[in-house]
Design a binder for this molecule. Structure first.
Ligand code: SAM
Ligand code: SF4
Length: 505
């Protein structure tokens, strides 16, 4: 009988991609994914350890499953990803009903582990009083202790195993180019949970992007923790740089309308890479370059390896090459020893750089990091919260100004989804449509069972610069790239109307 699998993902895009890859492997072994945990024979949580809050959600899920497992001892419960790597022993100790742990560096073996547990462990767990076998695979730090090249990295097999099919109807997809991280920012668990930086062979990456594009993907986002550090050393000593890789993908996959990448590190972003972005039309002019702080003293305590001035210089250089480039950033507020003066410098940076958006986080001390050993978490929670809100407000002012400047422009938007609102107005309004107001959508096809082509809905899409736009357009346009005239900017949201179809979806 087909076994049912429930997989829930927490955290970053890397985790989303890992989940997609392990799901593909388990499906190939005959597992079917289900939306409800209650229906599953195998329940897996793909976890994140970057902040405590993300971990707490998983603790609570595992707690909920304690009683559940008593009534269904045959169910296999697994924890994969960063928490499995970091907290392994603690998870088994606190939650003996968990059967399986697998760190991010061992996910190529997950399908085999799950299958073994299902086949061999179920009987044992059925007998009352028998806990069944617990299995664990972690190894990011072992991976770090050797000099690892992608060719000898077994994890490459996971990415190579990706099943890509036109039936999946995937308009957007992620492709990993680099695993792990070598930066060791003092607050961050990633180098410990994901191991050392390993760059994938360029041809494997190009082939994967090509296969995705052939299967109908319209936007591919390349992933890496410090993506601009990509440098693949070939056997003959040649090195493929990040700029070269970007160019090669762009040229090798002419049918792909949008190529993006995240996340960039503010140092070591070469002019060559900026030139490739400027000159290759289908590479989106969008940079996510976390600054973390605007204070040199805090940047040093974070071990970021650059000063605020060097960050400003990078932003200036990027805008020199591409005046229309859209830049996003991350900031941590309340890092140990941070003063009002340090915070004011961060606020000044957000003001001056006019980011498209900023992801703002309150410092969360993480076990195993240098910061938790070296510093006391001495900024009161109340101050962290206040700085978080103040920085958000500064960023919002920038968003409002950026958005106002967009009004009247025609931009290319990729439709990502539909809001729950529909209008019964016939489309287009210029053809004499009568406005009947907005209402909640009824059936799948639209309000009152009308055809998707005649029901106008509010669609949500993204520009090449990653700005979100709400558009009134016919339903059923998800996954299409269209031209949109921006008609209004209401605080943080842009509104637009459809001009014409730019690319057939
Ligand atoms: N590699 C990316 C970089 O360095 O720019 C970021 C990766 S990290 C998973 C995503 C974001 O989480 C970071 O940019 C940082 O702002 C935030 N972060 C990481 N560790 C944190 C911590 N201990 N407390 C609060 N925020 C944290
Ligand atoms: Fe973490 Fe720093 Fe690496 Fe980003 S660059 S993943 S913040 S250690």
């Amino acid at each position: 009988m087909t076994k049912k699998l429930y997989l829930e993902t927490f955290g970053c895009q890397m985790n989303v991609l890992d989940s997609e890859l392990v799901l593909g492997q388990l499906r190939a072994q005959g597992y079917e994914s289900v939306e409800e945990r209650e229906e599953a024979d195998v329940v897996i949580y793909n976890t994140c350890s970057v902040r405590e809050h993300a971990e707490q959600k998983v603790w609570s899920r595992l707690g909920e499953m304690r009683d559940w497992k008593k009534t269904r001892p045959g169910t296999v419960i697994g924890v994969i990803g960063c928490m499995a790597e970091r907290d392994g022993k603690d998870i088994f100790r606190k939650f003996p009903h968990v059967d399986l742990l697998c760190g991010p560096g061992e996910l190529d073996k997950l399908a085999g582990m799950v299958h073994n547990l299902v086949v061999t462990g179920t009987e044992a767990r059925r007998h009352e009083g028998t806990k069944g076998r617990q299995v664990a695979l972690m190894g990011a730090n072992m991976r770090r202790s050797s000099t690892l090249a992608a060719a000898e990295d077994h994890l490459e097999l996971l990415d190579l195993s990706r099943s890509i099919s036109a039936e999946d109807n995937l308009a957007q997809a992620y492709v990993r180019i680099t695993r792990g991280c070598n930066k060791f920012c003092t607050y961050c668990v990633v180098p410990y949970t994901r191991g050392p930086e390993v760059h994938r062979p360029p041809q494997n990456i190009i082939d994967e992007v090509k296969r995705l594009s052939d299967a109908g993907a319209l936007e591919v986002t390349l992933l890496g923790q410090t993506i601009n550090h990509y440098a693949f050393k070939h056997g003959d000593g040649r090195v493929t740089t990040f700029a070269e890789l970007l160019y090669q993908i762009h040229e090798a996959v002419p049918g792909l309308p949008r190529l993006r990448f995240v996340t960039s590190f503010p140092r070591d972003f070469t002019n060559e890479a900026l030139m490739v972005m400027r000159d290759c039309q289908r590479i989106c002019r969008y940079l996510h370059v976390p600054a973390q702080s605007g204070s040199d003293r805090i940047l040093k305590a974070m071990n970021r390896g650059y000063t605020a001035q060097e960050y400003y210089d990078f932003v200036g250089r990027a805008r020199e090459y591409m005046p229309d480039v859209s830049i996003a950033s991350d900031f941590i507020v309340g890092f140990p020893t941070e003063t009002q003066d340090d915070f004011d410098q961060t606020a000044e940076m957000v003001r001056r750089c006019r980011f498209k958006n900023s992801f703002i986080f309150k410092y969360s001390p993480r076990p195993g990091t240098v910061a938790i050993e070296r510093f006391e978490d001495d900024v009161p929670e109340e101050t962290k919260r206040r700085w978080n809100n103040e920085l958000l407000a500064v960023q919002q002012e920038a968003c409002v100004r950026n958005n106002r400047e967009m009004v009247g422009k025609v931009v290319e938007v990729m439709i990502e989804g539909e809001t729950k609102l529909v209008s019964k107005k016939a489309y287009p309004a210029s053809a004499g449509g009568v406005e009947l107001g907005w209402e909640k959508r009824g059936g799948e096809n639209g309000s009152d069972g009308a055809s998707p082509a005649t029901v106008v809905t509010q669609l949500i899409g993204r520009t090449r610069g990653d700005q979100v736009v709400a558009i009134d357009a016919p339903m059923g346009m998800r996954g299409r790239i269209v031209d949109v005239e921006i008609t209004e900017a209401k605080n943080l949201t842009l509104f637009g109307k459809l001009v014409m179809s730019a690319v057939a979806g």
